[in-house]
Write a protein that binds this ligand. Sequence first.
Ligand SMILES: NC(=O)c1ccc[n+]([C@@H]2O[C@H](COP(=O)([O-])OP(=O)(O)OC[C@H]3O[C@@H](n4cnc5c(N)ncnc54)[C@H](O)[C@@H]3O)[C@@H](O)[C@H]2O)c1
Length: 328
Amino acid sequence: MLKTAVIGVGVMGQNHTRIYSEISNLVGVYDTNLQASKQIAKTFNVQSFPEIDNLLSSDIDAISIATPSSTHHEISMKALQAGKNILVEKPFCSTAKEGEQIIKTAEKLDLTVGVGFIERHNPIIQYTKENIQKDDFGNIISMNARRVSSFPPRIKDIGVITDLATHDIDIMRFLSNSTVESVYVRGGGFHNSVFEDHAIIILNLENGITGYIEVNWLTPMKVRRLALTCSRSYVEIDYIDQSMTISSSKIMNMNIQDLYNTSMEKLIRHVQLKKQEPLRMELINFLDSIEHNRRPEVTGEDGLETLKITLAALQSLKTKEPVKLCNV
Ligand SMILES: NC(=O)c1ccc[n+]([C@@H]2O[C@H](COP(=O)([O-])OP(=O)(O)OC[C@H]3O[C@@H](n4cnc5c(N)ncnc54)[C@H](O)[C@@H]3O)[C@@H](O)[C@H]2O)c1
């Protein structure tokens, strides 16, 4: 079993810690909040490292970095230079230059970089991708994502686009098998003057598909949904339930003067998958990719491409103009 560790044991890091304790040889944790580090280490009966350098000089194969995103670059570089494979929580880092440096360093040192886009490991997304590849829905015409919930006070270094919409940007790239040509955003800060807390994002993908993303930290209800308008079906996905509804309809007896009573044949199929924890699948995939010398499901390059689109979205939010990715 690979030897693992977690840097940053806040909300997300504690989940990485729990799962590593079940699927790998978890060696220890480190957090600048030493009290938190000691407490989590005690719970899982592993070491709490007093300094990051103590952790990095230990015999550890793979590390999850679950600290605030503004620290991802510095910690990733240190971990790679110490010879560790890394899984960096999303968002990958803060600038494209930082992302390029992490990828180049990992390549040079023959180490694995994975990025924590957890929704890629949601079974419903894997199921959707398989159906698209089998041409079960017809061509995708547009994708419409809604990711809204109330404000998480612990996030202090980024806005809702970088924190939440980044998931949908990654999923839209993945499902459409394309990349974004330009992005247009409207939104702002309803409660927050420093970072945006709501946004509507329009992505123009290279292959002609349009993506529409609504994100906010204002809705007193957690919604994580995606709808795909395809040439043969309308597909609605619920990330939380890990379920999908596939619909199509045909007008039977059209009466122009009585549209209300026009009959319609509807074909509606509901798919409920057996629920699986996406983070567990993500960490299994990461460790498996190290053991078998394969690329992880979400690579550093994916993290970088999604980061570039996110940065373009932030630029568009500021200028209120569409931003072409080639100009970022
Ligand atoms: N994939 C997902 O669905 C998902 C969900 C939530 C958070 N995240 C990501 O996980 C990361 C952490 O988010 P969180 O919600 O757990 O935040 P959090 O504030 O709960 O935890 C962050 C932890 O990192 C520690 N920390 C800060 N700077 C550090 C440093 N330099 N070295 C070591 N420890 C340090 C803090 O003390 C804290 O315990 C972020 O990148 C966030 O975007 C991902």
